[in-house]
Write a protein that binds this ligand. Structure first.
Ligand code: FES
Length: 139
């Protein structure tokens, strides 16, 4: 199987079976993060453990396959990390996706599948939408 096909499958798997996606109606509309290009939005809920680590990140939203899969992968990779570490990851991920940092997503688990999106600026907004939402939820 070619890499592109493999990455496509990873993206579709997360889009069809998103991890940590739940109804988050308890979150107010002020905290919804929207992609102005398409109007899709995402909400994020964060739970911290007693030692200050991100115990669980949940999301809810109506985004496209790219934003849903990016959100799903994001909730998995940030689990168990400190708030500072996650804020740094968010910064790095956004820079990599915007092609402003040439680092690879090789060590980012399933998120490597999103590297192909970098050449499509409109899709980059989809991929980074949940990351901006998580940043808002953490600040
Ligand atoms: Fe709206 Fe991708 S098209 S988030």
């Amino acid at each position: 199987m070619a890499f592109d096909d493999l990455y496509q499958e990873i993206i579709l798997d997360h889009a069809k079976h998103p991890r940590n996606k739940e109804n988050l109606d308890f979150i107010s509309d002020d905290e919804i993060h929207e992609n102005p290009t398409c109007g899709d939005s995402v909400k994020i809920a964060v739970d911290f453990s007693k030692d200050g680590k991100l115990e669980r990140v949940r999301f809810d939203g109506d985004g496209c396959a790219i934003s849903t899969s990016s959100a799903s992968m994001m909730t998995e990779i940030v689990e168990g990390k400190s708030k500072e570490a996650v804020l740094n990851m968010i910064k790095s991920f956004i820079l990599i996706m915007r092609n402003e940092d040439e680092s690879s997503l090789e060590d980012w688990g399933d998120l490597i599948a999103l590297e192909g999106v970098i050449k499509y600026p409109l899709r980059v907004k989809c991929a980074t939408l949940p990351w901006h939402a998580l940043e808002n939820a953490l600040l």
